[in-house]
Structures are given as C-alpha cells and as structure tokens.
Design a protein around this ligand. Structure first.
Ligand code: HEC
Length: 217
C-alpha cells in the first residue's frame, strides 16, 4: 500500500515536471488540450459534414471534431469573397499601378517619381531583386549578356536562348527614366514579358533605382 502511494506520488511529480519543461519552440505537454484551445476555422478547407470525427470528439457538443465550416456564410465557406470593386493595396499601402498597358501609358510613366530615395539600403535591396529577376537576361552589369541571353553551343551549333535582350548600358537606353523602367517591368515590352505578377510594386521601384545606378558605372 505504502509502495503504491509512493509510486503514485512519484508519477504525479513526474507528470508535473515533464509539463514544466516548456522552453523555446517546445511548449511542454498539455493535458486535455481542448480545454485551452478552441477549434479553429480553416480558411481554405471546409468540412461541411457536422458528423466528421464524432468518435474522437471529447467535447459534448454533438458534433464531429473535424467539422469546421461556417454555417452562416454562403456555401458554408469560411472565407468570403471581397465586396465588388475592392482594390488591392500593396505591402506599403499603395494603390496598384494604374498606368495603361499602351504607348500613352508608357509615355506618361516618364512623369512618375520614384517614391524611394537613393539610399544605400534601397540600392542594395534593388540589387538583390535585380539579381533575382533580371540578371539572367540583362547581365550583372546590365549589358544584355546574362546567361539566358548569351545562349549555348550544342554540337558546334550556337543557339541563342533568348534573342534581342536590351543592353541597358547602350546609348538607346541611357536616358530612360525610372518610371519607364517601372512600367516595362510591370507590363513587359516587345520581346520582354511582363514581370508584374512576380515583382512587387515596391521591388520594381527599387530595381529601377538600381538599374539607373548600373547605367552610370
Ligand atoms: C527573359 C529575359 C528577360 C528578363 C528576365 C528581363 N528582361 Fe528586360 N528585356 C528583355 C528583352 C528581350 C528586351 C528587349 C525588348 C524589345 O525591345 O523587344 C528587354 C528590354 C528591357 C528594357 C528596355 C525597354 C525599352 O524601353 O525598350 C528595360 C528597361 C528592361 N528590359 C528592364 C528589365 C528589368 C528591370 C528586368 C527585371 C525585372 C528585366 N528587364 C528582365 C529580356 C528580359
């Protein structure tokens, strides 16, 4: 009997000590976790069958543990569609670029002012983005000699992988404005495709700053 008592005291102490070990990413052991954590709505997956997981549900709510839909929204969706005409904002809270994808839009883009100053931080962020999105075609110095543009030679036959990449250091592009570069990244131009969906508005302006710096060196 006394041994049983000692053992059970030891066991309880061990449980408490194990639970107290929480630190860093390890949150310790929890007993009866559904006392502390409510069942979350999953934004992108609806389980609409209220009986899903009934067997494992310890709550006394008559529902399955996995039921996670929102009964008040259309189609029991957890996420609702945004209202019509909702406008996206960029990470900095800007409205999206509304210049048209045509020659007038390109001309008007020349008047845009880069919202960033040429600080060291902006230029190095622009450099990082340029290396990620532009360098393989336009080259490290902007001379139009990136790996993709230079082409490969197979069995003695030269293949130009991507023809006609602009030499941004050439006379034709020396005087392009930062707004022009922003516009070209957004929509592409001629043989260059649009990069609007992969480069954020913020990064486009930073790249434009960096390209102007490349052109000077
Ligand atoms: C897949 C290869 C490729 C990539 C990647 C690429 N470009 Fe281009 N770029 C081109 C080609 C080809 C042209 C020439 C387009 C033409 O004149 O038909 C060009 C032209 C340009 C021009 C000159 C446009 C003008 O006024 O005629 C600028 C500025 C430019 N690119 C900037 C960039 C920037 C900045 C990036 C990175 C976000 C980038 N490009 C990524 C291929 C590329």
């Amino acid at each position: 009997m006394r041994l049983g008592l000692k053992l059970s005291i030891g066991l309880v102490a061990a449980i408490f000590l194990a639970a107290c070990k929480a630190s860093g990413d390890y949150q310790g052991l929890e007993y009866a976790p559904n006392m502390y954590h409510s069942v979350a709505y999953e934004p992108l997956s609806q389980i609409t069958d209220p009986m899903q997981g009934t067997i494992t549900n310890a709550l006394d709510n008559g529902r399955g543990e996995f039921y996670n839909s929102n009964q008040y929204n259309p189609y029991k969706m957890n996420l609702r569609l945004p209202p019509a005409h909702t406008v996206r904002r960029t990470a900095s809270g800007w409205l999206p670029y509304r210049g048209g994808n045509d020659t007038t839009g390109l001309r008007l883009a020349n008047r845009l002012k880069n919202p960033y100053d040429s600080t060291k931080a902006i230029l190095s962020q622009g450099k990082a983005a340029y290396e990620m999105y532009c360098q393989h075609c336009h080259g490290a110095k902007g001379a139009g000699d990136g790996k993709v543009a230079a082409g490969v030679t197979i069995d003695g036959v030269e293949h130009s992988v991507y023809p006609g990449v602009a030499n941004l250091k050439g006379d034709a592009y020396k005087n392009i404005t930062e707004g022009h570069i922003f516009h070209v990244i957004t929509y592409g131009k001629g043989l260059m495709g649009s990069h609007g969906s992969q480069v954020s508005e913020e990064d486009r302006w930073k790249i434009a700053k960096y390209v102007k710096q490349l052109q000077k060196n």
